[in-house]
Design a protein. Structure first.
Length: 279
């Protein structure tokens, strides 16, 4: 995605993550890209993870460096245990530690259930759910090793899981994706419960329909967008920056007492809009 007008909406320059080190997975595109830049805008140094698109990752790194903070790109498949361990270990070498993990990388492999191959099911679970687990596990090891550094943050670490409205809305034709996001919700809540006593905050952001490559077919023609808008009471397709702002807030000490919560950022999509005139 190129630079969008909506990027100017995230204008705050108050550096409430100054000195913190953030890793954003799947940060060369869409929501991850906007989030990585958004965290840089509020003062964090950022690792830009990608799996395939080196050029777009480098472009995100340049945008973040232009904000006066540090950034580098790191290629790793989040579903591969050794690659995730290597990514966190390099981050500790280069940045000294990790304070914020945004487990964002995700994909879809859509099919009606009768046509869905085991490979399609497994790929989505591997990246969307196991990938978040592996990243969280490696980040937690470092959070526990370092503990709270009060000059940096009131907590020992923050994890923000990128979920979806489909952690609660069933989605025909996407059983692998919906199952993965349902799993993200319970993984996030369980980790939050387990890790809160260690002063580690785990939360999730659940986007509704956001204008990114993952769902291009849902918004790229006027007819498709009109259909989509019927599902959104606020009558606007979301921009990646809407999600970036929510992630930055959840990662900051402004939200220090928020633990195990899913913040829906969806223009009201989860409000059962079909019932606005019926029921
Ligand atoms: P996107 O533009 O397609 O971005 C997905 C990102 O994930 C890309 O950077 C991709 O890298 C990366 N990725 C895929 N497989 C990976 C792997 N194995 N290891 C590391 N990175 C990998 O889609 P997006 O909309 O920004 O999606 C980001 C997250 O938001 C996903 O978890 C998605 O489920 C969630 N979400 C999106 C929406 C929406 O409406 N857009 C709604 C709800 C939830 P490459 O480009 O290099 O493959």
């Amino acid at each position: 995605m190129g630079t969008s007008n909506s990027e100017s909406r995230q204008t705050t320059s108050y550096p409430f993550l100054r000195g913190q080190k953030a890793l954003v997975t799947g940060a060369n595109s869409g929501i991850g890209r906007a989030t990585a830049i958004g965290l840089g805008k509020v003062g964090a140094d950022v690792v830009v993870n990608y799996v395939a698109g080196r050029e777009s990752a480098d472009e995100v790194v340049r945008a973040i460096e232009g904000l006066g903070v540090r950034a580098y790109a790191h290629e790793a498949d989040v579903s591969k245990e050794d690659e995730v361990a290597g990514m966190i270990s390099r981050m500790v070498d280069e940045f000294g530690t990790i304070d914020v993990l945004v487990a964002n990388a995700g994909l879809q492999r859509d099919a009606a259930v009768g046509d869905m191959t085991l490979a399609q099911w497994q790929k989505v679970l591997d990246v969307n759910l196991t990938g978040q687990f592996l990243c969280a596990r490696e980040a937690v090891k470092e959070f526990l090793r370092r503990g709270v550094v009060p000059e940096v943050s009131r907590s020992a670490g923050k994890i923000i899981c990128m979920s979806s409205v489909h952690q609660m809305i069933p989605w025909a034709g996407h059983v692998n994706y919906a199952a993965s996001k349902g799993g993200v919700q319970m993984m996030m809540e369980t980790l939050a419960q387990e890790l809160a006593p260690e002063k580690i905050r785990v939360n999730a952001v659940a986007p509704g329909a956001i204008r990114t490559p993952i769902n291009r077919s849902a918004w790229e023609t006027p007819d498709a967008e009109a259909d989509l808008l019927r599902l959104i009471p606020y009558r606007r397709v979301g921009d990646p920056e809407d999600i970036a702002t929510a992630v930055a807030a959840l990662a900051s000490d402004l939200f220090d007492y928020v633990v195990g919560t899913t913040l829906y950022v969806d223009g009201g999509m989860t409000l059962f809009p079909g019932f606005a005139t019926g029921g």
